[in-house]
Design a binder for this molecule. Structure first.
Ligand SMILES: Cc1ncc(COP(=O)(O)O)c(C=O)c1O
Length: 396
């Protein structure tokens, strides 16, 4: 009765199962995997956020497939003010309800069934589902860790075949926190030109560099057909508002053709609602107070993580440049999933095993830096006491 693409194994994996059982039994778990900024203890400006939703213009229905011009102008202003992209054209922006929906439109635009997209590994686990739902196949290219993370270009070249349609980058990547470096952008453009591929750049975490130095957005990449995805979910910490977008840039004729087709895809759904589009410029402005607060919060947790790691030598922090996650290298005494399950059962702490993000081997745990700071401090303490107990006792 159902399509093969929905043939998922719907039972929870062992990690989720154990977590659910412990919660059901009344155990209090310290969750170091939270991804929801509205539960991170960051104050929001309730008055202006809620006030922005009260607009008489929302009584009018003005279906614009790419989204209301005023909202797209707000997004263009964000790129101009925050990233210095002076010539961003609101007509090259298309609003969506989430980055996932933005991926959906781009995959639909580029791929026939069984065409392929190159994605980084390790990276964001949702790509697998997005690909299956659009009958697209993923091929992965490794990021290698050698004095920081870098794209393994020989593997990228080795993975190309005639079904390949695009290469996807996450800038900075989740969970490795690595930005695509300027020299890598040049090499990616050359690679895409040589193989007639589009570039898809997920920049949801772009505004969170840990060294305070802004990184270049792909929204101004004109060398090859480029789709830049981002949204309010991370920029202003407002995932519940459901506003994201795709910016299209590149050679003029390709951009024109892509936009005409994307507009038809968007017109088929018209998924954006009026109140939220009218509020978008105000909600984008929220970043100006939200981002400094969250960056501070990330810095405090990162300092705490480093402080606790200096108490032992068994575990270390992998170099990270930006984003909301940190990867801790741990001794490979267990499979990562077993270790994460043991941490749940023995230490009542929730961390993600690296395998959830397609790390190439065991020995990696992923934690969220947006975790409330007191929980983060205690949670990391429990992780290290479990993973490196003798060392910690020897030092303290
Ligand atoms: C790399 C990456 N892209 C996209 C998203 C989701 O963004 P949205 O809430 O706009 O769908 C996330 C969420 O964590 C993410 O990590």
């Amino acid at each position: 009765m159902f399509s093969r693409r929905t043939d998922w194994k719907l039972t929870p994996n062992r990690f989720s199962q154990v977590q659910q059982e412990l919660i059901a039994s009344g155990r209090e778990l310290l969750d170091l995997t939270i991804s929801n900024p509205t539960r991170a203890g960051i104050p929001y400006d309730a008055e202006s956020i809620l006030g922005s939703l009260q607009n008489l213009a929302a009584l009018d229905y003005d279906p614009q497939p790419k989204g209301l011009l005023s909202a797209r102008q707000g997004v263009a202003a964000y790129y101009r003010e925050q990233h210095g992209v002076v010539d961003i054209d609101p007509e090259a922006l298309l609003l969506t309800t989430s980055t996932s929906e933005a991926y959906s439109s781009v995959f639909r635009l580029l791929c026939n069934p069984d065409d392929q997209i190159l994605v980084p590994a390790p990276s964001y686990p949702l790509f697998e589902f997005l690909a299956i739902l659009h009958d697209v196949k993923l091929a992965s290219y490794p990021l290698i860790y050698d004095h920081g993370w870098q794209i393994d270009f020989p593997s990228l070249y080795g993975a190309v075949n005639h079904r390949m349609r695009a290469v996807l980058v996450v800038h900075p990547n989740n969970p490795t926190g690595s930005f695509v470096r300027p020299d890598e952008i040049g090499l990616l453009n050359r690679f895409c030109r040589e193989h007639n591929l589009a570039l898809i750049a997920d920049e949801v975490f772009l505004d969170y560099p840990h060294d305070g130095k802004p990184r270049q957005t792909f929204a101004c990449n004109r060398d090859v057909l480029t789709f830049t995805l981002s949204g309010l979910s991370k920029i202003s910490g407002l995932p519940q508002m459901k506003v994201a977008w795709v910016g299209t840039s590149g050679p003029k004729n390709q951009v024109g053709d892509a936009l005409a087709r994307l507009e038809v895809i968007a017109d088929t759904y018209l998924s954006m609602n009026a109140p939220i589009q009218l509020a978008t410029p105000v909600l984008l402005e929220q970043r100006k107070t939200f981002q400094p607060r969250l960056l501070d919060h990330l810095r405090i947790n990162l300092e705490e993580l480093n402080r606790q790691l200096t108490r032992q030598t068994a575990c270390s922090l992998l170099q990270l440049e930006g984003g909301w996650h940190a990867v801790v290298r741990v001794p490979v005494t267990h499979l990562d999933e077993d270790l994460a399950v043991n941490l749940l059962q023995n230490s009542s702490v929730v961390v993600h095993p690296g395998t959830f993000y397609d790390f190439p081997a065991d020995g990696y745990l992923v934690v969220s830096l947006i975790t409330p700071t007191a929980n983060f401090r205690e949670g990391i303490n429990r992780v290290l006491n479990y993973v490196a107990p003798r060392q910690i006792r020897a030092v303290t």
